[in-house]
Structures are given as C-alpha cells and as structure tokens.
Design a protein. Structure first.
Length: 239
C-alpha cells in the first residue's frame, strides 16, 4: 500500500550544472508528522551522511530559513532550486506498507539512489516548506531529528521519526554558543589566545579528516563529532 511519495528532479550526475526541482508528490501530514513527514525525514537520514561535512552546516541553516518562511537566496549547497523540470533526471522515493492501530505500523522506505545525495536532501526540505503552515512544525521536527540518525533507512527509523517528544525545536542549537566551548572542541588551549581565521580553518580541516570514517575513524559517534566540529568552526568565524 502506498502511504506517501515524492519525485525529486535533479541534474544528471554527469551534467556540469547543479539544479534541483520538485516533481509530483503526495505527502500526508496527519497525525504529525504524517506519512509525508516520515518519508521526507527518511530521505534526509538516508543521504545526509554522504554529504560533504562542510555543506552540512549550510543545510542546517537552510532548514531554519525554510521553516521560518524566510527569503531563500540561490544557489544553496551549490544547487539552484527551480520550477522547470525539463532535462532533469528523477529520483522517486516512497513510503509503503500496512498501517497499524497507531497508523505507523508495518511501513518501510523505498528510496531510489539515482543521483547525488545533495539534491535528495534539498528536495526533501523544499517539499516540506511547501506544506500547509499547520503541518510544517511536525514535519520539520522530524527532519531535524533525521539529521541525528546514523543507521540505514530501515523500520527502526520510522519509530524514531514518529517520536517527537524528546526533540528540542532546533536540536543542533543544544551546542553551546560559548566561544570557550568552540575553542576546546577545536583543541585550542586557554593560553594560546584568539586564533586567526586561517588557524581555525586549518585546525577544523585536520580534525575533520581525523574524525571521518573514510580516514580510519570509528563509525560510531562520527556524525556527532563532525557536527560539533562544524558548529565550533561556525562560532569562531562569526563576524
């Protein structure tokens, strides 16, 4: 049984341009976050780990801007969002299964891997921004929670996304905004003084490489560590 679906249009992998658009979609949102919210959260959870860590900070900011109905300048995450779909490839994502008594019973994701990960997460959050204002809070909460997921898009992800009781409004802001915290995360000692911009960037890149599983780091906790490094860099580079 089809419960929700979305078609995300994007440039072909070999194309020199980077564009993303929305195709047909059906995203029920009742009760919150609804099957549509679960599907959008699942898309983010499945693809965010493959996104360049330096783009994740921008993605989190984009989520805030879209939920706040702010004007969105283009491009974002190096991709331009548009309405024209001519010449674009497509990825279809579905939520299927049999609802249980709580409506979120035996359901599963059917996600296509046709294309790069950035257009998939962009398509998910742009679709969330087009939902009715009354539905956005629950759906964006599910998307934010999805950014914390470090496993595949299996049945446990559905349960995880439907429990929104332990989620602060913008979860990444639980990080301290104290500059001392940021200095500590990036390994600057209390006697080193205020680091220069180039020193912050160099330290961030070094620690990012050491924390990434592709360079031998443990998979467990890697996502959290990378997000902390990214947030610490943002704080120290604030104008």
């Amino acid at each position: 049984m089809l419960l929700a679906e979305i078609e995300i249009r994007h440039s072909r992998a070999v194309a020199p341009t980077r564009r993303v658009a929305l195709g047909p979609h059906w995203l029920p949102t009742e009760p919150a976050p609804g099957y549509g919210g679960i599907l959008l959260g699942g898309i983010v959870a499945a693809h965010l780990g493959d996104v360049d860590p330096e783009l994740r900070d921008e993605f989190l900011g984009l989520v805030d801007d879209l939920e706040g109905d702010r004007r969105i300048s283009q491009p974002r995450l190096r991709h331009r969002f548009q309405t024209d779909v001519v010449g674009l490839d497509r990825s279809r994502h579905k939520l299927v299964g049999q609802p249980g008594e709580d409506l979120f019973g035996d359901v599963r994701f059917e996600l296509e891997g046709n294309g790069r990960p950035v257009p998939q997460i962009l398509g998910a959050v742009y679709a969330a921004a087009r939902l009715h204002p009354d539905a956005r809070t629950g759906v964006f909460a599910a998307i934010r929670k999805a950014t914390r997921w470090e496993d595949g898009p299996g049945p446990p992800l559905v349960t995880y996304l439907t429990d929104l009781t332990d989620l602060p409004p913008t979860w990444w802001r639980r990080f301290s905004t104290d500059e001392r915290w940021a200095l500590e995360v990036l390994g600057f000692g209390p006697d080193e003084g205020q680091p220069r911009r180039d020193e912050v960037l160099q330290r961030f890149r070094t620690l990012l490489r050491e924390s990434h599983p592709d360079h031998g780091a443990e998979h467990e906790g890697a996502g959290q560590r990378i997000l902390e490094l990214t947030e610490a860099r943002r704080i120290l580079l604030l104008p």
